[in-house]
Design a protein around this ligand. Sequence first.
Ligand SMILES: [Zn+2]
Length: 244
Amino acid sequence: MLTAPALERRGVRAAFLERGGGVSEAPFASLNLGFRTGDGPDHVLRNRGLAVLALETPRFAVARQAHGTGLVRVPEEAAGAGFDDPADALGPADILATSASGVPVAVLVADCLPIVLASDDLLVAAHAGWRGIAGGVVPRAAAEFDDRAGVTAWIGPAIGPCHYDVGPEVVAAVERGSGGGAVVQRRGGKLALDLRATAARALQAAGIRDLEMTELCTACAPERFYSHRRDGRTGRHAMVAMRA
Ligand SMILES: [Zn+2]
């Protein structure tokens, strides 16, 4: 798993689980943490159990993600919501916010950006693909904080511009709605969207300056990461974060 040392300074434990170490078989091999994939629910349940064992956290709460900008608050009573059964997931929402200690929240991804924002008393986790970013999910997540200069942000592994050719309509939508404009690379007449740099710009535009991110591309490393763009039918990673 990948950890986020920047967040530890804020009293937040956060980890992105890579695909190894689980019980699922191809094309979900092996630590698939998403129910809505076509994988057997018994496999997903066992993998989630293995994940929290490795993380040394209680069961995490998840939301039904919708590539939108909806936000759910996760009080102590909602701890572990949707962990065992997707019918009990929170939302629909792509942002989870909690100020409770010892209540982990998770976003599920396979190419989309997992973003975690933390102040000394609030934790916000967001799932952000191009649709969410075009809809304004980054400024919406940032708006949960009154003092954005005091927020630390972390962005985990996601699809890189090396593997993310998009049409001009996608760039236009992101340009309009992201809050900071689209970061695009042009290669031989093709457009590639840099989701991570786009989100970083939106965070900065929202007043968040303390930002750390990994440059790892999910589509570049099939042995470590699921990639929906690369494989279609595939598993999901979880980015899990908890206020200590
Ligand atoms: Zn790549």
